[in-house]
Each structure stands twice: as structure tokens, then as C-alpha cells.
Design a protein around this ligand. Sequence first.
Ligand SMILES: Cc1cc2nc3c(=O)[nH]c(=O)nc-3n(C[C@H](O)[C@H](O)[C@H](O)COP(=O)(O)O)c2cc1C
Length: 168
Amino acid sequence: MSKVLVAYASKCGSTGEVAQAIAQSLCAQGMTVDVRRVDEVSDVAGYDAFVVGSAIRMGSWLGEAKRFVETNVATLRGAPTAYFTVHMLNLDDSAESQAARAAYVAPVHAIMQPQAEAFFAGKLDLDRMSFVDRMISKMMKANNEDKRDWAAIEAWAGELLPQATSAA
Ligand SMILES: Cc1cc2nc3c(=O)[nH]c(=O)nc-3n(C[C@H](O)[C@H](O)[C@H](O)COP(=O)(O)O)c2cc1C
């Protein structure tokens, strides 16, 4: 049985819920899964595969998620590793959106390329934001909205199992 770590960074909680959904799908397929915030992971030893994700803030993964990849790159390179990104803009298939999504993850790709990757629509929750983030969101005329597609998240997690077991 493979043991998987799903490690994520989140400001307002929606990326954590996506991480939990990915973990549930992997568990349902017989994997043993730990779900942890990146800053709560003390040791990456003992895992057969990794799923690392982050919310996007101002065009970038959260710093702690990038640092997690940097710190643990030697271990992550030696095992199947997938990235997921949760965001609200640039969700369509236009060339501009694709370029924006590529830019979101360019710094973590520069550290190491993942075996699998997904971009998921997220959630805006003004009540859970810091004062500054709420001001930025209001300036951008953003409203509370939950665009998460649980079926798409589950489908992606369902496809990770063969990749993880075949590469492990
Ligand atoms: C201040 C702020 C900046 C954001 N910047 C971006 C961005 O540059 N691109 C994007 O696609 N989404 C952006 N988002 C949307 C978040 O990535 C999205 O709401 C995500 O689901 C938040 O995850 P969390 O609840 O785990 O923090 C931003 C949200 C906030 C509040």
C-alpha cells in the first residue's frame, strides 16, 4: 500500500478543503494519506508519493508552499510528485490564461517539475480574509464566490493513483 502526503498552503481555507477532497479520493482507492499544511510537516521521510498545492495570491504560490518544495526537493525528486494550484482568475483555455497559469507555477517548476499537475477554481470568502486582502478584493470588485468543481478535483485525484503506483 502506498503512503501519500498531501501538503498544502492556504490563507482562507479553500485550498485545505481541496487538499482534503484529494486525500479522500486517494484513500478511497486504498492509499494511506496524510493531509498537512506545509508549515506543519516536520518530516517527509516514509512517503511513497507527494501531492503539493497552494492557493494563489497576487500571481504566486504562497511563500511557504514554495519553501516546502525548496526544502524537500531531494526527497520529492525521488518520488512521484504532483502539484495543484487553487485560484480564481485565468480559468479559461485562452492563450492569455494559460500563460498566466504557467507564470503562477514557474517558480516551483524552476525548483522541480511535477509528474502531474492541476489548476482548480477556488473560492473567495471576504469574511475569512485579512483586512488588507479584503480591501484588495473590494478594489477588484470581487464578491464571495465558490467555484470549486468537486467532480473535477476527484477525477484528477483518481488519475494520480496509477501514476503514483507505476512510478513508485
Ligand atoms: C488578495 C488576493 C489576491 C488573489 N490573487 C489572485 C491571483 O493573482 N490570481 C488568481 O487566479 N487568484 C487570485 N486570488 C484568488 C485565490 O487564489 C482564491 O480565492 C483561492 O481559492 C484562495 O485560497 P485559500 O482559501 O486557500 O486561501 C486572490 C485572492 C485574494 C484574496
